[in-house]
Design a protein. Structure first.
Length: 259
């Protein structure tokens, strides 16, 4: 039995429509997945009485599979369609779509190589700027105590911190690992970090609309971490399976994919 030798062959796209290095067909499929999961609620939004769709668990995954731009497009389209087909589950169109786009984009910028290595700064600015507006309004406009804001928003500011620190590169390395257990771990923590950027971006808008009182902030301190763990478990279970499947069938990887 002989061992193949020579230069490794590289598979490239020859024609066909694509967005930022990802075939349009991939974008359509993943947008459909986001839409389908938008029908399934997994938690209640206390401020507005709506619900969180299970699709939130895969926004980040779409960014890692397609890259930041194509992933944002797929998640945004999927969320928009989900809003019209399942408005009571998927949420309000502008906020939901904005959150889906930011989450996928932030995830897609979590890279450990030289390719687009500075793009994470865009997402970091969105995250930090949203926190400043969100928490600042609570503290200085509505008179919420610092303790309530810190505890009620802990899952969010911790996630944004994980994104801004080099830990985002560690999570990206885990997602690219050949060990499927490390992939699941990377997707879990990567979802926490990237979705936190999206969550504070959405919260800055919804808090401006609803201005929930300090009592709700304290209640969120116990509720939001459970929601984050649930969201990240959804991402880890689905993400590990999807990435393992994509690798097994040898599908051509989009140019800016992380996995």
């Amino acid at each position: 039995m002989t061992t193949p030798s020579g230069e490794e062959r590289e598979v490239k796209f020859l024609g066909g429509a694509s967005i930022d290095g990802a075939p349009v067909a991939y974008i359509i499929v993943l947008a459909a997945v986001v839409t389908a999961l938008s029908f399934i609620p997994f938690s209640v939004v206390m401020a507005s009485g709506g619900s969180f769709p299970m699709a939130q668990g895969v926004y980040s995954l779409v960014g890692w599979v397609l890259g930041p731009i194509a992933g944002a497009v797929a998640s945004g389209i999927g969320a928009l369609i989900g809003v019209f087909l399942a408005p009571h589950t998927a949420g309000v169109a502008p906020v939901t779509v904005y959150g889906a786009v930011v989450a996928a984009f932030a995830a897609g910028t979590m890279v450990f190589g030289k390719l687009r290595s500075k793009w994470w700064i865009i997402a970091a600015v969105i995250g930090v700027g949203s926190i400043a507006f969100f928490f600042g309004r609570a503290l200085f406009v509505n008179g919420v105590s610092l303790k309530a804001v810190v505890l009620g928003g802990a899952s969010q500011w911790v996630g944004v911190l994980l994104f801004c620190l080099p830990t985002r590169n560690i999570f990206a390395r885990w997602i690219a690992s050949k060990n499927i257990g490390m992939v699941a771990l990377g997707v879990f923590f990567g979802t926490w970090a990237s979705f936190a950027v999206s969550h504070v971006a959405q919260s800055a808008i919804t808090y401006y609309m609803f201005n929930w009182p300090e009592e709700v902030w304290m209640l969120l301190a116990g509720l939001v971490p459970v929601e984050y763990v649930s969201r990240c478990l959804i991402g880890a279970v689905i993400g590990a399976g999807v990435i393992a499947g994509l690798r097994a069938i040898g599908i051509v990887k989009p140019t800016y994919a992380t996995y």
